[in-house]
Design a protein around this ligand. Structure first.
Ligand SMILES: [Zn+2]
Length: 379
């Protein structure tokens, strides 16, 4: 059995929708937040904890599992599910984003959303300093031992098949937000050609999502959505950057989902701070992943119903309330800000773990709230 999507309700107020994503490892109620399990682990947590905090599906990283321990070992352990003893659905990204972050992303120190207007623009045929983007794939050196490595659409699918996630992603070029329009156009052509190569290479019944790129150029995004949308994928990832701010992003993502088949699931790659949940759902997104809950927790920041809370502040040691009095996670039921703050301030790993547990629960609960709002006709 492969992957399928059932639309339960289409909002009358927006593009928001309720759905069920069916996979061989169970169903996911959408819209859903997907925690990032880069190396088949959500940092600080074990598999039982990830599940107890309300997570429905995980996204693991093809690139990192390929480097270590290698997909052969993951396969020997029964695929990613057996390897980490996770019974629920898993997605694997294709490694395309890592190519981006080792390439132009590293050269220019940019992320997905530009902080300023474009200063340095990336021209056609320009190559990043650390990797070589060719017509058939990407050459780069292992960040672990410096070995020469090559990743291509065929190679990525082969690795993802060995990892055995329920849903795989096509291998794409994730262009830098600094790319000019001509670069973006040529990059898109490559991404579309690579998408077909991924479909042709696939031998298993795993689900395969195509990826829509096009940067902040709405007309290129629409062209990409139309082409990728007509290729026979089981669903779609929407990747790359989308413009200078979240408003622009909502507009572009909404236009993209309008151009995609209605009966198939859409995943927004790498976007999902609490303030993104409502508008991405309104734009017609079904699933999305983000490292924010775990990353911020390790740096001492908790997400709460009143916004971000810096648990490392000295005054927190005098505060005997839970992280969020409105939260019903196991951490808020048990521990005080004072206790967790002192652990974090003294670099005790338990502090990072408790903050991670709260944040992950909070993100999953927020997605549940979004589903309720759609159900009640409020979003
Ligand atoms: Zn909590």
């Amino acid at each position: 059995m492969s992957v399928s999507f059932r639309l339960l309700k289409q909002s009358k107020k927006s593009r928001a929708r309720l759905g069920i994503l069916k996979t061989p490892h169970g169903e996911v109620e959408t819209p859903a937040f997907i925690p990032v399990a880069t190396r088949a682990s959500v940092r600080m947590l074990d598999t039982r904890e990830i599940e107890a905090l309300g997570s429905q599906m995980l996204i693991s990283n093809t690139f990192h599992l390929h480097l270590t321990p290698g997909e052969k070992i993951v396969k020997k352990a029964g695929g990613v599910h057996g390897y980490m003893d996770w019974k629920k659905p898993v997605m694997t990204d294709s490694g395309g984003f890592q190519v981006f972050s080792f390439g132009f992303g590293r050269d220019h120190g940019v992320g997905k959303i530009l902080k300023e207007e474009k200063e340095k623009s990336i021209e056609t045929k320009q190559q990043p300093s650390q990797i070589k983007i060719g017509e058939d794939g990407v050459e780069f050196r292992s960040p672990i031992n410096g070995d020469k490595l090559f990743l291509s659409p065929r190679e990525s699918i082969k690795i993802q098949e060995a990892i055995g996630a329920d849903i795989m992603f096509a291998f794409d070029e994730c262009p830098s937000p600094l790319a000019n329009e001509e670069y973006m156009k040529q990059s898109l052509e490559k991404t579309h050609r690579w998408a077909q190569m991924c479909l042709d290479a696939k031998k298993t019944k795993q689900g395969l999502y195509g990826i829509v790129q096009g940067g902040g150029f709405t007309h290129l995004r629409l062209e990409s959505a139309r082409i990728i949308g007509g290729m026979g994928f089981d669903g779609f990832g929407i990747g790359g950057e989308f413009g200078y701010d979240k408003k622009a992003m909502e507009k572009v993502v909404g236009a993209v989902t309008d151009a995609l088949p209605k009966n198939l699931p859409r995943h927004l790659l790498g976007v999902g701070h609490p303030e993104d949940f409502a508008y991405t759902a309104r734009a017609g997104i079904d699933t999305f992943d983000c490292i924010a809950p775990t990353h911020y927790a390790r740096h001492g920041t908790a997400f709460t119903s009143k916004g971000k809370l810096d648990l490392k502040k000295a005054m927190m040691t005098q505060d005997f309330k839970p992280i969020d009095p409105k939260c019903s996670c196991p951490v808020c039921k048990t521990y005080t800000r004072s206790y967790i703050s002192n652990l974090l301030r003294t670099h005790e790993l338990t502090g990072m773990k408790l903050a991670t547990m709260h944040n992950l629960y909070y993100f999953n609960a927020l997605a549940k709230h979004i589903r309720k709002q759609i159900k009640n006709g409020e979003l």
